[in-house]
Design a protein around this ligand. Structure first.
Ligand code: 6PG
Length: 467
């Protein structure tokens, strides 16, 4: 009996997705490579472990795996992003046929996805670059899926993907066609950019409560519990509550974890991609740089012994911190959506922003009530900062954010995302900025010319500044 769907790569995500497909009644062919003494009979051993996989077949030979699938073949590739994806595609090419569909579900770079799509389409093979969010648990119980590529190819696998995806409050699948080429992976990359800043904002709120208000992790967890309702409810806050409560003996586990954060690259890609588009994503970059600084442990230890700054003694108001938290998150999401919109226009992807954001309401790492709010607003206001709702929230929270930033700075507590959200908000709501000084400087040293306020669309001007 030929099977309906194939998965290549049985790492943590591949295994969870396979069980999810099987739980939804699909028959599967599962392939994992053979590596002597390291990866042997991975697929068959895995199938034997879980009863839901009784309709699945396991392989470590690619040709028999491909031949076991119904045509057109639908194959999900779940291997590490990078060279491994190219290797798998290369190896598959001698076995698959025109009309077959390959889906790359890893965190691949969107430009690579564009190239792979082109290469495969020249051979008549469909290719979908699909962002998958939700980690191991999400993959098993319902991930958020962001497929991009040719619509015709998507239609051939839509039924499978929508079945395994998380469902939103209206029971609609958190899987929507994003757009052409690498747009699915681009949107997943921006998701990760937002994720980086969401994590960092929580880390900063924690650090304020721990080091300024001198609260214990469980006390901070209790405050976060009160925040995790209504508009500020979100998945990352929820998991941080569990993290802060966890103890090893009498010690909080968080105090035993080395304060050096790592990353797998998608945050850097987001910063590069947004810079290429000229679309500010300053919170994501601030969060990325905070990870880089955290990694400089030795340097920080040395410098901390050389510098001791005076500290203020005033405490932070927890209600103000909650307002600042939500405001920083609003700016973070606003910037992320702006990057997607810019990319869609620049690369001609025709992304429907509301549709796209709707797949983030459940199953993914950044799932939150805020996303739901954004969806309800985006229909009438493509620029969410112009909506009555956000104007009101921002106006009533601006003072709190300023207070938190000032108090934290007074205590010498680094708060890159909080302060960046305030700086960005102050810049983007300022009618007159400092771009005129930059233009004059550029014109002075490089004759780069400038436009005049009294003739903004008119000719460019140059001044001999020395005379
Ligand atoms: C998700 C996550 C996931 C990502 C991890 C690690 O949506 O499930 O974004 O895809 O790989 O969060 O990312 P870093 O190692 O860069 O922190």
């Amino acid at each position: 009996m030929k099977t309906e769907f194939g998965i290549i790569g049985l790492g943590v995500m591949g295994k969870s997705l396979a069980r999810n497909f099987a739980n939804n009644g699909f028959s599967l062919s599962l392939f994992n490579r053979h590596v002597d003494n390291i990866e042997e009979n991975v697929a068959t051993n895995f199938i034997n472990q879980f009863s839901e996989l009784s309709n699945s077949q396991g392989f470590d030979n690619l040709e028999t795996f491909v031949n076991s699938l119904q045509t057109p073949r639908k194959i999900l590739i779940m291997v590490n992003a990078g060279k491994a994806v190219d290797m798998v595609i290369d190896n598959l090419l001698s076995h698959i046929e025109p009309g077959d569909i390959l889906i790359d579900g890893g965190n691949s770079h969107y430009k690579k996805t564009d190239k792979r799509g082109q290469l495969l389409s020249n051979k008549g093979i469909h290719f979908i670059g699909m962002g998958v969010s939700g980690g191991e648990e999400g993959a098993l119980t319902g991930p958020s899926l962001m497929p991009g590529g040719h619509m015709d190819a998507y239609k051939l696998v839509e039924g499978f993907l929508q079945n395994i995806a998380a469902k939103d409050d209206n029971n609609n699948p958190c899987c929507k066609y994003i757009g052409t080429e690498g747009s699915g992976h681009f949107v997943k990359m921006v998701h990760n950019g937002i994720e980086y800043a969401e994590m960092q904002i929580i880390a900063e709120a924690y650090s304020i409560l721990r080091f300024i208000n001198k609260l214990e992790p469980t006390e901070i967890a209790s405050i976060f519990e009160t925040w995790n309702h209504g508009d500020t409810k979100n998945y990352l806050l929820e998991i941080t509550i569990d993290i802060l409560k966890k103890k090893e003996g009498d010690t909080y586990l968080i105090d035993l974890i080395l304060d050096q954060s790592s990353h797998k690259g998608t945050g850097s890609w987001t910063t590069i991609a947004s810079a290429e588009l000229g679309a500010p994503f300053t919170l994501s970059s601030a969060a990325l740089n905070a990870r880089f600084v955290s990694a400089l442990k030795e340097k920080r230890v040395t410098l901390s012994q050389l510098y001791e700054f005076n500290e203020n003694t005033s405490l932070v108001n927890v209600d103000s911190l909650k307002k600042a938290y939500q405001l920083a998150r609003i700016i973070n999401h606003y910037q992320g959506l702006d990057v997607i919109e810019n990319a869609s226009n620049t690369y001609g992807w025709h992304i429907d922003l509301k549709n796209t954001v709707s797949v983030w309401t459940n199953g993914c790492i950044i799932a939150s009530e805020l996303i739901k709010k954004i969806i309800s607003i985006i229909e009438t206001n493509s620029n969410i900062l112009e909506s009555d709702y956000f104007v009101e929230v921002i106006k009533t929270s601006h003072h709190s954010l300023k207070d938190i930033v000032l108090t934290s700075l007074n205590h010498n507590i680094p708060i890159p995302c909080f302060s960046e959200s305030l700086n960005y908000l102050n810049s983007v709501t300022q009618e007159s900025g400092t771009g005129n000084i930059i233009q004059a400087q550029r014109d002075y040293f490089g004759t780069h010319t400038y436009k005049r306020k009294d003739d903004p669309t008119g000719p460019s001007h140059h001044t001999n500044w020395k005379s």
